[in-house]
Design a protein around this ligand. Sequence first.
Ligand code: ZN
Length: 244
Amino acid sequence: MNDPIQVTVWNEFRHEKTNEKVRKIYPDGMHATIAEFLGRQSDLAVRTATLDEPEHGLTQEVLDKTDVLTWWGHMAHREVKDEIVERVQKRVLEGMGLIVLHSGHYSKIFKRMLGTTCSLKWRESTDKERFWNVMPSHPIAAGIGDYFEIPREEMYGEPFGIPTPDELIFISWFTGGEVFRSGATWTRGHGRIFYFRPGHETYPTYHQKEVQQVITNAVRWAKPTVCIPDICPKTKPIEFLPAE
Ligand code: ZN
């Protein structure tokens, strides 16, 4: 059997400590729920890390052992230290997979990797969200039919300030009429990146089976195919060079 994919589930873990409604849905934090459903898969080995741990739980040692990092943040993006963002970016460029969830669209690491504003329209209301599967052949869409729905979610609307995705897997429609590119991939360096829109903290989104399926698929898709440290060496010719 192959070695398990080493997954680190990162969460800001602040709303769960300060908002009773969020705590009821995620008593041990969103990271615990995400780690729980990923941990049920025999090919995944899962650990968690949170903002308030030393080095945000993302020491060099942890990152060196991480194949795929998932990221949820919202109210404290600015508290994430720049040196940790650099460290994560370097690992993605070497080959580590990165899965950015929901309000992580405004995280330092996502903006750093994509280089654009990552801005969008939003509304906390009573919208239903319908995810259209526009790339059913993609491994991240495995097991998902033509569409699935989340009964209540925060609305995110276009224009979304991202570079044109390498692959667009899901488009969301909301009751209010907006649409959104809610499942998209990019490659940066040797690393694969997937953005997945749902996961507002006041809704039980990460308990829903289709959402769990997509995140599980994404972790498998994003695992490194290589790990190539960044060097810029002066190099000798392979063939004999004639004298000038
Ligand atoms: Zn939200």
